[in-house]
Design a protein around this ligand. Sequence first.
Ligand code: HEC
Ligand code: HEC
Length: 340
Amino acid sequence: MLNRFIIRLLLSILSIFSGIVVVQAQSASPSEQEKTAFKRPDVIPFPAHNPYTLEKATLGKMLFFDQRLSGSQNMSCATCHNPSFGWEVPFPTAIGAQNQPLNRHAPTVLGVAWGDTYFWDGRAKTLEEQAGGPIENPDEMNQPLDELVVRLDSIPAYQSAFKMVFPNVGVTEENIKKALATYQRTIVPNISSFDQWINGSDTAISDQAKRGFRLFTGKGQCASCHTGWNFTDHSFHDIGLSNNDIGRYEVDGSTEKNRYAFKTPSLRNLTQRAPFMHDGSVEDLDAVMAHYISGGIDRPSRSSLMTSVELDTDEVQDILAFLNTLTAENEELILPILPN
Ligand code: HEC
Ligand code: HEC
């Protein structure tokens, strides 16, 4: 009698536990809504005005890594957008051709194919338009484009490569920009453990990271700006950092909200890319979290989506565990052999 009672008791306890296990297993998988919101796109969007060809991307890659694109022939795009550092550089602000620090941190070029506008303040509308900026800027590569055309055209292998990619046209300012833009669109973040989880592999990320993801999209309110698979709304916000750079306001002064506003960066491969923010003023991810908990400087321009969020130490650790799952292993990058 007693035995039977004990067995029944044990069975009911077991069923309670198995009930819990079922509930946990359900929330361990992404919901259909989360799957749709965070699913990686299947293809890279190439614009009709500059369609992809393998040859064009290969030529663009040579140009990206070629120091002959700069006035003193000592600096390439990769000097500041270094693949080993998440396609940026580990300094607060990038260092220019004259060896002096620039005003802003070099942003990653990972995933730029999906960008809406370029630069921290969005002043360039396309990657083609963007590419001319750093080459000509006296503080950056300091190389007038018309002279660059002459230089590249005098290098026989470049001359023939441009002729092959752009038949009957060859080396022009436009074609240099088109090739650079095409290559950069192929710089795509690899599949991370977060992507595997979204794709249905329930054990790809830890329970802590899953909790962190729910805090990121829920209580932490991070996903009001860091939306979608690339974790950016492509919009501009003042998140209350202390600085004198007015950001988006210089490009579009039509609303006070644009003052001190900068483009929401993608959070992919974040752990390869410190320091953070447009001025590189935030040293590491702990400091990023401390900033969001404080809510930053309360001023008229500060985004209404920025409220100080109450996250305890465990919750901060959960969010950090989630952010870690956004880093994918780097594919081996084969550097191009540059033409002579
Ligand atoms: C001296 C360092 C330096 C060099 C060299 C450099 N960049 Fe940059 N790059 C930066 C900085 C700093 C910014 C941000 C500037 C701003 O927002 O005002 C930037 C921004 C960008 C962006 C915008 C990314 C985004 O998401 O908005 C792209 C794309 C880019 N650079 C590509 C290139 C290419 C292509 C080259 C070579 C032709 C190049 N860069 C050379 C420092 C550099
Ligand atoms: C109001 C929109 C908004 C919200 C909410 C928001 N962010 Fe951001 N985030 C931005 C913008 C804009 C920047 C760049 C700001 C700058 O450089 O001035 C940024 C920068 C970052 C960076 C630095 C990335 C880099 O490459 O420099 C990290 C990390 C980050 N946010 C994580 C978070 C987390 C975690 C949360 C939630 C606790 C959060 N963000 C909430 C808009 C937002």
